[in-house]
Ligand binder design. Structure first.
Ligand code: FAD
Ligand code: NAI
Length: 474
C-alpha cells in the first residue's frame, strides 16, 4: 500500500532536514528519506554537514585551538601550565559526542514536527504533473507517493585520479576527521577550505603539514588583500603551502609518496605519513534514477535548476550541494526553507548576493559580497576602508591582533558592496555586514551606529568610517 505525502525530501542533510521541517510547519504531510549510517551502523540524520563536515570539523578546530592556546599563548597571560598532554582519543570521542547530539537533535525535530523518516536510498520512479513516486531501498522497501519531491542528496569528495580514498593513508574529509594518532608528516592536496581547516587542526596537534595547491594564487575566491594577510599568518604558523603545483603521482604503501611538478615545472616529491585529498566535491546524483525519469543534469553533473530551485520535471525541486552555487550548509538551508514555502504557495526569496563565507582557521576568514578584484573586473567605482585589529582595544586585551576588516562601498551611493575580514571571530562579526547589505545599507550607516566598547565589532565601525577616511581609532 503506497504511503501518500505532500512532500517527500530525498536527503537528510541541512538542505533536506530544514526543507522537511519548514514544509511540516506549513501543514504539509512530509517525509524525508536518508541513507546515511553513523559509525555504529545506525541511521544518522544530518548529512555531510553533521556527520563528516561542518560540525565535527568545528569541534576539532576548537579542541585543537584550545591545545595550541594552552601550549603557546597562555604563558603571555601569565598562566603557566606544566605537563601539558594531548589525549587525542578523548578529543575524537568528544567530537563524536558533539556529532551524536546534533544527529539526535534532528531526530527530535522530526518527531516534534511529525515528519515521517525512512532510512534507505531514495530514487525517482515517476514524476509528472499529477505527482511523483519515490522508491526507498532500505531494511524495508517502500514506495512513497508525493505531490512534490525535493532532491537534497548533497555531494561527495572528489578523488584524485589514481589515488582512491582508503581512509587510512589517503584520506577524504571523513578520514581526516578521525586520524587515530597525530601523523608526524601530513600532506594535503588542495589549499581550499577543507585543506586549510584540517591542515590547521593537525598542525596545532603537532604534525608537519605540507599543502600542495594547483592554482598559482592563494585563496583565489577571497579578497586579494585578505588572502595575502592570511598567507602571511598561516606560513608563519608553520603551514608549508606550495602553489602552482601539478600532481603527477601518488603511491600509498606504508607511507605516501606524492610526486609533483612545482611552479617552475621542476619534478619534486614528498613523503608523508598520511595524505588528505581536498580538491573539491562532486554532486550525488547516481542513485536518483535521473536518466530513467528524464531529470536534467547540467554539464558539470549537478541537477539543473532555475533561481527558485525548480528542475525540468513538474513538482520536482532540488537544493543544496547537488545544485549550482556555493557548497555551504546555510545556502542549502535557505534554499530548503524557500522551496517548502513555494510549495505551500508563498513567495520566498533567497538573496545569493549576501551568502556569507567563513573559513574557521585561526585567524578566521569571513566575507560577504564582492571582492576588490571582482569590482575592478566589473568596472564598478568603489571606495575601500580598512581597519587593523592591532588598533582595536578588545583585540589587544584578547591577545589576538592579527588581521583587519575591510569595507568596499559604491563610490557614488556609498552602498556596501562587500565586507572582508581576517582576524579573531571574523565568522561572528560578518553577520553585521550581512544584515547591513540585506537592508542595502551604506558604510555611513555602520559608521553611525553605536558599537559596544571595548568590542571587536568596533573594528567594523572603524573600517566603515575608514571608507570616508574618518576612522577614529587610528
Ligand atoms: P548533505 O549534507 O551532503 O546531505 C545529503 C544527504 O543525502 C546525505 O545524508 C546523503 O547520505 C543523503 N543521500 C544522498 N543520496 C541519497 C539517496 N539517493 N537517497 C537517500 N539519501 C541520499 N559548510 C558550511 O556552511 N560551514 C562549514 O563550516 C562547513 N564545513 C564543512 C567541513 C567539511 C569537512 C565538509 C566536507 C563540508 C563542510 N561544509 C560546510 C559544507 C556542507 O557540509 C555542505 O554544504 C552541506 O552539507 C550541504 O548540505 P546538503 O543538505 O545539500 O547535503
Ligand atoms: P575547495 O574548492 O574549497 O578547494 C579545493 C582546492 O583544491 C582549490 O584551491 C583547488 O584549486 C585545489 N585543487 C583542485 N584540484 C587540484 C589538484 N589536482 N591538485 C592540487 N590542488 C587542486 O574544496 P574543498 O576544500 O575540497 O571543500 C569542498 C567544499 O566544502 C568547499 O568549497 C566549501 O564549499 C565546503 N566547505 C566549507 C567550509 C566552511 O564553510 N567553513 C569548510 C569546509 C568545506
Amino acid at each position: 500500500m503506497p504511503q501518500i505525502f505532500d512532500v517527500v525530501v530525498i536527503g537528510g542533510g541541512p538542505g533536506g532536514y530544514i526543507a522537511a521541517i519548514r514544509a511540516a510547519q506549513l501543514g504539509l504531510r512530509t517525509a524525508c528519506v536518508d541513507e546515511w549510517r553513523g559509525a555504529d551502523g545506525k541511521p544518522a540524520l544530518g548529512g555531510t554537514c553533521t556527520n563528516v563536515g561542518c560540525i565535527p570539523s568545528k569541534a576539532l578546530l576548537q579542541s585543537s585551538e584550545n591545545f595550541d592556546q594552552v601550549g603557546h599563548h597562555f604563558a603571555d597571560h601569565g598562566v603557566r601550565v606544566r605537563g601539558l598532554e594531548l589525549d587525542l582519543a578523548q578529543m575524537l570521542r568528544r567530537k563524536d559526542k558533539v556529532v551524536k547530539a546534533s544527529n539526535d537533535g534532528i531526530v527530535y525535530l522530526f518527531k516534534k514536527n511529525k515528519i515521517a523518516f525512512f532510512h534507505g536510498s531514495g530514487s525517482l520512479v515517476s514524476a509528472g504533473a499529477s505527482g511523483c513516486e519515490v522508491a526507498v531501498k532500505g531494511a524495508q522497501n517502500e514506495t512513497l507517493t508525493a505531490k512534490n519531491v525535493i532532491v537534497a542528496t548533497g555531494s561527495s569528495p572528489r578523488p584524485l585520479p589514481g589515488a582512491d580514498f582508503d581512509e587510512s593513508l589517503v584520506l577524504s574529509n571523513t578520514g581526516a576527521l578521525a586520524i587515530p594518532e597525530v601523523p608526524k608528516r601530513l600532506g594535503v592536496i588542495g589549499a581550499g577550505v577543507i585543506g586549510l581547516e584540517m591542515g590547521s587542526v593537525w598542525r596545532r596537534l603537532g604534525s608537519e603539514v605540507t599543502i600542495l595547491e594547483a592554482l598559482p594564487d592563494f585563496l583565489g575566491t577571497a579578497d586579494e588583500q585578505i588572502a595575502k594577510e592570511a598567507w602571511k599568518v598561516f606560513t608563519k604558523q608553520g603551514l608549508k603551502i606550495e602553489l602552482g603545483v601539478r600532481i603527477t603521482g601518488v603511491k600509498a604503501k606504508k607511507d605516501v609518496t606524492v610526486e609533483y611538478g612545482d611552479a617552475q615545472g621542476k619534478s619534486q616529491s614528498i613523503v608523508v605519513d598520511r595524505l588528505i585529498v581536498s580538491i573539491g566535491r562532486v554532486p550525488n546524483t547516481s542513485g536518483l534514477n535521473a536518466g530513467g525519469v528524464g531529470l536534467k543534469l547540467d554539464e558539470r553533473g549537478f541537477v539543473g535548476v532555475d533561481e527558485h530551485c525548480r528542475t525540468n520535471l513538474p513538482n520536482v525541486w532540488a537544493i543544496g550541494d547537488v545544485v549550482r552555487g556555493p557548497m555551504l550548509a546555510h545556502k542549502a538551508e535557505e534554499e530548503g526553507a524557500a522551496v517548502a514555502e513555494r510549495i505551500a504557495g508563498k513567495k520566498p526569496h533567497v538573496d545569493f548576493n549576501t551568502v556569507p563565507w567563513v573559513i574557521y582557521t585561526s585567524p578566521e576568514i569571513a566575507w560577504v559580497g564582492k571582492t576588490e578584484q571582482q569590482l575592478k573586473a566589473d568596472g564598478v567605482e568603489y571606495r575601500a576602508g580598512t581597519f587593523p585589529f592591532s588598533a582595536n582595544a578588545r583585540a589587544r586585551a584578547l591577545g589576538d591582533t592579527t588581521g583587519m576588516v575591510k569595507f568596499l562601498a559604491d563610490a557614488k551611493t556609498d552602498q556596501i558592496l562587500g565586507v572582508h575580514i581576517v582576524g579573531p571571530f571574523a565568522g561572528e562579526l560578518i553577520a553585521e555586514a550581512v544584515v547591513a547589505m540585506e537592508f542595502h545599507g551604506s558604510s555611513e550607516d555602520i559608521g553611525m551606529i553605536c558599537h559596544a566598547h571595548p568590542s571587536l565589532s568596533e573594528a567594523m565601525k572603524d573600517a566603515a568610517l575608514a571608507v570616508d577616511k574618518r576612522a577614529l581609532n587610528i
